[in-house]
Each structure stands twice: as structure tokens, then as C-alpha cells.
Design a protein around this ligand. Structure first.
Ligand code: NI
Length: 176
């Protein structure tokens, strides 16, 4: 079991666009396992590679009472509907906000072995995938809300970040 360091916003590479993965090697499978270990260690339900300092297009998730999956090079092919829902982020622990997301999406991706996947996701699963795919494009949940909320939450985050950097406990239940 390997728990990786989680990068706090706005440190690198969280605001960068991550690169596609071309090589499906045993080390990629090991990295996926390490990402799951890290997500569980911080009590999250999703984690994108840039959140552990790797600017590659890959994510893991474990929806409560639902799907557990690792998606490589995920693309959202279709999206429809919009619904506000609560989100937290392991890169901004303790910040929870209401974020509008599509209610139904169609996703194309690969698994860590390079096998193609295509499926439909709804509700909370669709929400997690949209949040993580945003991370791969350098976008965070605060970029998805109105300017006033964004500004207020960024100020709140500055204080939380300073405290976390001193105390070191960064678990963030149900965040992604
Ligand atoms: Ni996040």
C-alpha cells in the first residue's frame, strides 16, 4: 500500500492541462493502485492524477454503494440536464459548495490495461466523473460557481490552507 501526497490548490499541476496516457505498462497499474490507496486514506470518493502531482489524464473513483473504477484518458461525449449538488475536493479540504453538473453523461475511456470503455453515468457518479475530468483540464469546482461564491470560498480556503500546512491532517470525508 502506497499513500501519495495530495497537492493542495493552487499548487502545480492543479491548474494545468494534463497529458493523455499512451503507454499501458505495469507501472500504470501500480500507479492506479496507489491512487486508490491515497483516495481511501483521505476518505475521498474520487481522485485525479494531477491531485497527486502527476499531470496525466487518469482518475479513480469509488461511488458510495456504487461503482469503483479507474478511467484513463476519459472523455465526456454527451451531457444533458443540470442539477446543483454538494461537492468537496481533496485538494481544498473542508470546502464544500453547491455545484451545477449535468445529470446524465456518456463517457469514453480506457481501463489501466488499455481496454476501451464506453458507458452512461447518472446522478452522483456522473457528478464525480465531471469533477475529476475538470481536474484533468486544470479546472476546479470553484471555477464552476458564481464569482461571489468563488471569491468568498477562495478567501476561506486561504485560511484553511495555512492551518493545514501547519497541522498536516488533510482528510476530507466524501470529497473528490
Ligand atoms: Ni477535486
Amino acid at each position: 500500500m502506497s499513500v501519495l501526497d495530495v497537492v493542495l490548490y493552487p499548487d502545480d499541476p492543479l491548474t494545468k492541462v494534463s497529458k493523455p496516457i499512451a503507454a499501458f505498462t505495469p507501472s500504470l497499474v501500480q500507479f492506479a493502485e496507489n491512487m486508490f490507496d491515497t483516495m481511501y486514506a483521505f476518505e475521498g470518493v474520487g481522485l485525479a492524477a494531477p491531485q497527486v502531482g502527476v499531470a496525466k489524464r487518469m482518475l479513480v473513483l469509488d461511488e458510495p454503494d456504487g461503482e469503483k473504477m479507474c478511467l484513463v484518458n476519459p472523455e465526456i461525449l454527451e451531457s444533458e440536464g443540470s442539477e446543483d449538488g454538494s461537492e468537496g475536493c481533496l485538494s481544498l479540504p473542508e470546502i464544500y459548495i453547491q455545484v451545477p453538473r449535468a445529470t446524465r453523461i456518456v463517457v469514453r475511456a480506457q481501463d489501466p490495461l488499455g481496454n476501451p470503455l464506453e458507458f452512461e453515468a447518472r446522478g452522483f457518479l456522473a457528478r464525480i466523473i465531471q469533477h475529476e475530468v475538470d481536474h484533468l483540464d486544470g479546472v476546479i469546482f470553484l471555477d464552476r460557481v458564481d464569482m461571489l461564491t468563488r471569491h468568498a470560498k477562495l478567501q476561506e480556503w486561504q485560511e484553511i490552507r495555512e492551518r493545514l500546512l501547519l497541522q498536516g491532517d488533510r482528510s476530507s470525508p466524501s470529497a473528490f
